[in-house]
Write a protein that binds this ligand. Structure first.
Ligand SMILES: *[C@@H]1O[C@H](CO)[C@@H](O)[C@H](O)[C@H]1NC(C)=O
Length: 352
């Protein structure tokens, strides 16, 4: 009993210092980076700060990128719907360990008031890097249409979903754009990112997942992503369309620089929110073109002859004229409409 109490105390004291990560069975490093299953794994939650690109990218600093999920375990992204991950300080505080025995609504298994608020100070238990919910910087998921994690680069990893005012509670939902195309047979690589807004060292979080899009209807690929820029004061300066994740405060590989203060009077801190032009929810503007089902496009129907509707012989009823007009507009669009228009013309010829 004493031993158990000591182990528990040891576990909790580690957790007090812990930060936060996103947990799901489709994540890299679920079991930890040793090859053994660690139910108290908190490697993925360790923040990344002032590291060379090759070390922070997908948490290579502790080898997390070399431990993929079990074969067949994917983070599933239902097109046009949402998916849920568990943001937590430790795997022990998620449903993925101990049958969820140590979970609560919160990220560390404890219970806090719904309006938990330490403003103007910071919430440090758990280490959420925020004063309160409204100040929580925002988190994001990105996707790369590569199955091999080694082929994922900042140039093919596109932010597709953002959740403002997170991390906050454990269960966190992200919306999936309805036009997100299906992944190659080996799945895609996804990434979770968080750049907190002050309240501690201005670090960054970057984790890898194996993911798959379900229920895809469009095959239009994603556009090449651009780095976001600070645009809090002028939304017209925001980068539109596909954006890279935020890479900040590292030795190498950064894609944004800021200086000065934000509107709230704090040091500017780039994050997945409106200050960088990220909308809340599904990023629906990330595609290289309009949605397409990928079926060969039918050759455009020839425009209906311009003379058809001339009411030469005698007074056609007003509604008949209207029908002709409508079918003419439609005839440019689909074979069915063209067929209908032809039938209408034939009928008109026979009648007149
Ligand atoms: C949340 O914290 C910010 C920053 O300290 C503060 O300006 C704001 O008033 C706080 N919100 C609430 C509801 O107290």
């Amino acid at each position: 009993m004493l031993r158990l109490a000591l182990v528990t105390a040891a576990l909790f004291s580690t957790l007090a210092k812990a930060h936060l990560g996103a947990f799901h069975k489709g994540m890299y490093c679920l079991d930890g980076p040793t090859g053994k299953v660690d139910l108290n794994n908190n490697n993925p939650v360790n923040p990344l700060y002032d590291l060379p690109f090759e070390d922070w990218w997908f948490h290579h600093v502790d080898n997390c990128d070399n431990f993929p999920p079990k074969a067949g375990d994917f983070l599933e992204l239902p097109a046009g719907k949402d998916f849920t991950v568990e943001i937590a300080s430790n795997r022990a505080k998620t449903s993925l360990s101990y049958n969820g025995k140590y979970t609560s609504d919160w990220v560390d298994g404890e219970v806090y008031p719904a309006d938990y608020n330490k403003s103007p100070g910071c919430i440090t238990t758990p280490n959420m890097h925020t004063q309160n919910q409204s100040m929580a910087a925002g988190t994001a998921f990105a996707i790369s249409y590569q199955s091999d994690i080694k082929k994922v680069t900042p140039d093919n990893l596109v932010v597709f979903s953002v959740r403002y005012h997170t991390p906050w509670l454990r269960l966190t939902k992200y919306d999936v754009p309805k036009d997100l195309p299906a992944c190659p047979p080996g799945g895609c690589i996804c990434a979770w990112g968080w750049v907190p807004n002050g309240c501690g060292i201005p670090n960054m979080y970057h984790q890898a997942f194996k993911c798959q899009v379900t229920g895809a209807t469009s095959v239009t690929p994603l556009a090449a992503p651009k780095p976001a820029v600070w645009c809090e004061d002028d939304q017209s300066k925001c980068v539109k369309g596909a954006k890279q994740m935020i890479y900040w405060n590292q030795k190498t590989g950064n894609n944004i620089k800021v200086s000065g203060f934000d509107r709230a009077g704090q040091n500017k801190s780039p994050a997945y929110n409106q200050k960088l032009g990220f909308a809340d929810g599904a990023q629906n503007d990330i595609f290289a073109g309009p949605p397409s089902d990928g079926k060969p496009t039918t050759t455009a129907a020839p425009p209906a002859p311009t003379t058809t509707a001339a009411p030469t012989p005698s007074k056609p009823a007003e509604d008949e004229l209207e029908v002709v007009c409508v079918t003419r507009t439609k005839a440019k669009r689909s074979p069915q409409a063209t067929h209908l228009a032809r039938m209408h013309r034939r009928r008109a010829e026979l009648n007149f």
